[in-house]
Design a protein around this ligand. Structure first.
Ligand SMILES: Nc1ncnc2c1ncn2[C@@H]1O[C@H](COP(=O)(O)OP(=O)(O)OP(=O)(O)O)[C@@H](O)[C@H]1O
Ligand SMILES: [Mg+2]
Length: 290
């Protein structure tokens, strides 16, 4: 399968939310990184055929998705960033409801719903009303509904928001397991969500796709720009003003700063192995300290 985006633009009034994205997606997990407002949701909504590009085209195996109608929706699972849940529905009823919207027969839905509820670890909450679930539990119901029709294209917009670390790992493993013969596109702010499972990482900035590469290559790109610096407490603000500072760890023998910089930021600075968090800092310095 091949999803192809060709100069995709989405404009709201005079705002270019997505500004000319051209790329190709094939089977595997794609991690979608970008600061707030960079256009991830807007692009994902177009890929989910919920909205149409202002200009440009999105095709699946050569056919424009907007013209495929139900044939596209049958292939698609979508978890929107903000999903409306019916708080008086139980988990089970909600999933039956979504299954019926997807045109599934009740019998087929029943088996699938049991399987998915188990997979997202909500068997005990099956009869609980949605309004009584925690944020993370609701998110897991959202993931389950996206998988109801066994989609070949799965688009999940910040699916791990509100999940605790254990749930997050579980979800990551789940995605990795189902990604084999599907296109999975996942947006997140949390680099560790995708670091190990993404075939490629796409980085958005101001509506543009500025990088698309394997995690290894992206990390390689900033090798020797990541430093560890030993500092005194009083020096910290100075470093923060002049550099992109990531982790600050305060230990018995002083303070360790993680700094992203083209040049060596201090005499005692040493290069350290790069991780994708560093990459995030490198591209989105406005998020420093957040
Ligand atoms: N319906 C809309 N009308 C007007 N502007 C919009 C609309 N939807 C999005 N935008 C604008 O388009 C830009 C991209 O928004 P989008 O929600 O796609 O970003 P995002 O990368 O998903 O951000 P976040 O990380 O906060 O979810 C933002 O400037 C946003 O304000
Ligand atoms: Mg978004």
């Amino acid at each position: 399968m091949k999803l192809k985006l060709d100069h995709v633009v989405k404009t709201f009034k005079d705002k270019h939310a997505v500004d000319g994205v051209t790329t190709e997606l094939t089977n595997g997990v794609y991690g979608f990184l970008g600061a707030n407002g960079s256009g991830k949701t807007t692009l994902m909504r177009m890929l989910a055929a919920v909205s149409r590009p202002t200009s440009g085209t999105i095709t699946l195996n050569g056919e424009e998705i907007g013209k495929m109608g139900d044939r596209y929706r049958d292939l698609l699972g979508y978890l929107p960033q903000h999903i409306g849940y019916y708080k008086h529905f139980t988990v089970e009823k909600f999933l039956y409801y979504i299954a019926s919207l997807k045109g599934m027969e009740k019998k087929a839905a029943a088996g699938k719903i049991t399987e998915l509820i188990e997979m997202v670890n909500l068997t005990e909450k099956r009869k609980t009303k949605m309004g009584k679930l925690s944020g993370g539990m609701k998110q897991r119901v959202g993931i389950a509904q996206a998988l109801l029709n066994d989609p070949k294209i799965l688009i999940v917009d910040e699916p791990t928001a509100g999940l605790d670390p254990k749930e997050r790992i579980r979800f990551r493993n789940l995605l990795a397991a189902i990604a084999k013969d599907r296109i999975v596109l996942l947006s997140t702010h949390i680099v560790s969500d995708i670091e190990y499972i993404a075939k490629e990482i796409l980085i958005m900035r101001d509506g543009r796709l500025i990088e698309k590469d394997t995690p290894q290559n992206l990390v390689h790109h900033i090798e020797r720009k990541v430093w560890s610096v030993n500092a005194e407490e009083a020096e910290v603000p100075g470093y923060q003003a002049s550099y992109k500072v990531g982790n600050i760890s305060r230990q018995m023998d002083g303070i360790q700063l993680r700094i992203i910089s083209e040049e060596k930021p201090a005499a005692n600075a040493v290069n350290v192995p790069v991780n994708l968090e560093d990459l995030y800092l490198y591209y989105f310095d406005e998020e420093v300290g957040a």
